[in-house]
Design a protein. Structure first.
Length: 321
């Protein structure tokens, strides 16, 4: 892409929703700073480099901001008037609240303190409360825009299904984060100053996957939270792959076939999300599933395969009207 083409693309993207795109630009800069921090700062917090969390959050927020800026533009173009104005305001609320959350996370890193679940001092408790209110605001704003997406018409059937279903699963995935805020039995038994946890069955900070930090010893609610939030990117990517393959695979040129396959992907991902949530709540590590978890996953794979075959069999015959 030429410099002129890149500039034009950036202007178009910033025209979707300026506050969210400005947040995305800030998160790109924070990602770079976070990577530098991981390399240069030797401090460790909850078993990971202290700059690991702000870096991961910056990447996730960047993806969120760009995706929802685009979807708000879709709503604006299809539903001018009050819905468009409210959608823009919802995006501004989300951008502001996410900005507040990221400022708190970075502030706590600079202070050498954990940001989540930390009520050990009055200041830490106030910052954690502010984060909780911010995330609640983001969730409500996201839910509003998701509802408006169901009013948008004249979309390709497969694209409409991918966008709407992905948005719904993203809202569900965000809501799963609230499961982490309940105090554990150990926290209720003693005044630790920590209220809530990512890990089920163990204290946070134990052995985990590299960079991600997901527990390898117990259940981890961050996993379904992550998978659900980013279903909004995963499902449209399935559609993009189908559209690209349609150039060479004739059966995929049918809009109804693509719509059916996207539907199968949605159901399959929703089932995986439910399984991951169930597994985490049982205190079971993602890397050590028991026979029941493996069996259920096998059923999901088999069901997805059968659904895909069924969708392909219902393709219109080539040359038919």
């Amino acid at each position: 892409m030429t410099t002129t083409g890149t500039s034009s693309a950036l202007r178009t993207a910033f025209g979707w929703h300026r506050p969210l795109m400005a947040l995305a630009a800030a998160m790109a800069a924070l990602t770079v700073a976070g990577i530098v921090g991981i390399v240069a700062d030797e401090r460790v917090l909850t078993g990971l480099p202290i700059w690991d969390k702000p870096t991961k959050f910056a990447i996730s927020v960047l993806i969120y901001a760009v995706t929802w800026a685009w979807l708000i533009a879709v709503v604006r173009d299809a539903l001018p008037g009050r819905a468009s104005r409210l959608g823009h305001r919802a995006g501004t609320v989300a951008a502001t609240m996410l900005g507040v959350e990221m400022v708190i996370i970075v502030t706590q890193v600079v202070r050498g303190e954990t940001s989540h679940f930390n009520t050990t001092t009055a200041l830490n408790a106030a910052l954690w409360s502010a984060m909780g209110l911010s995330i609640a605001g983001v969730w409500i704003a996201t839910l509003y825009v998701t509802a408006q997406l169901f009013r948008v018409r004249r979309l390709d059937p497969a694209r409409a299904r991918a966008i709407r279903a992905g948005a719904v699963l993203a809202v569900v995935g965000m809501a799963l984060g609230f499961l982490m805020t309940s105090p554990t039995a150990a926290q209720m038994a003693g005044a630790t100053g920590i209220v809530g946890a990512h890990t089920v069955g163990l204290a946070d900070g134990g052995p985990g996957l590299p960079l991600l930090g997901w527990s390898t010893g117990g259940g981890d609610l961050r996993i379904p939270h992550f998978v659900g939030m980013h279903a909004l990117q995963a499902i449209p990517l399935v559609l993009v792959a189908l559209e690209l393959l349609a150039v060479r695979v004739a059966v995929l040129r049918s809009p109804e076939v693509r719509r059916g396959l996207v539907g199968v992907a949605v159901v399959g991902l929703a089932a995986v999300l439910a399984l991951l949530t169930w597994q985490a709540l049982r205190g079971q590590s993602i890397v050590a599933p028991d026979a029941l978890t493996v069996s259920v996953f096998g059923l999901i794979v088999a069901g997805t395969a059968a659904g895909s075959v069924r969708a392909l069999r219902h393709a219109p015959r080539l040359g038919s009207a």
